[in-house]
Design a protein around this ligand. Structure first.
Ligand SMILES: O=C(O)CCC(=O)C(=O)O
Ligand SMILES: [Fe+2]
Length: 210
């Protein structure tokens, strides 16, 4: 039985095609073809239709830290609704713990520098982001296209670089088994060198999203 807002290795590895990256420092999973090309194309079209400059919690003074665009996906759109259901099933996490789904779009030269998805407990913005729903627990991310060059996601603490590929799911636990925040989740969405890159991010919380 997983804790509230938590997935688990047992849950994820029960799906054929799910692979675990061997690391004692981080629970990291990859599954190719989680989404079909048609599903990806429909989601890319939604992101293309509507996106705004991405933002970061705890602005650190680096204007170039996250240069992508973000799309707030409407849960009422069938393609989004279907994806949310598919993620709930594979993660085993109750839907109320899911943040609203977001698309991210990167043009050539755009990136999201090395960061963790959890919020720094000592930061000025911690209360703003975490008082209702608690900390982020797991991240599920899907690449929606094959990027012509660049755009990999690098987990530099564990030395793992994941190449974008249409339909590929990446999932990781932002916390250790004892629920402490895991700094080994540090990851960098590296610059796109050619073409565009689209991903969808699903973050989960300790408590229901309020
Ligand atoms: O685009 C990527 O490869 C990673 C995106 C990411 O880390 C995020 O949105 O938090
Ligand atoms: Fe991230």
């Amino acid at each position: 039985m997983n804790g509230p807002g938590e997935s688990s290795a047992t849950q994820l590895l029960s799906y054929p095609g799910m692979q675990r990256f061997p690391s004692s420092r981080l629970d990291l999973f990859v599954m190719r073809n989680f989404l079909s090309r048609a599903e990806c194309d429909a989601l890319v079209a939604l992101i293309e239709a509507q996106h705004r400059p991405s933002t970061i919690a705890d602005a650190n003074g680096d204007e170039a830290f996250r240069t992508s665009s973000t799309c707030d996906l409407d849960p009422g759109v069938p393609a989004v609704f279907a994806l949310a259901a598919k993620l709930a099933q594979i993660s085993g996490i109750a839907p109320p713990h899911a943040e609203p789904l977001q698309g991210q779009r990167y043009e050539v030269g755009q990136e999201f520098k090395a960061h963790t998805d959890y919020f720094e407990p000592k930061s000025a913005d911690y209360e703003t982001y975490c008082s209702v729903s608690g900390q982020r627990t797991w991240t599920f991310m899907i690449y929606l296209n094959d990027v012509e060059a660049g755009g990999a996601t690098r987990f530099r603490v564990i030395g793992k670089t994941i190449q974008p590929e249409c339909g590929k799911l990446v999932a990781w636990n932002n916390r250790r088994p004892d629920q402490s925040l895991n700094a080994a989740t540090l990851h960098h969405a590296m610059k796109v060198r050619k073409g565009l890159k689209y991903v969808i991010t699903q973050w989960y919380r300790e408590r229901p999203w309020g």
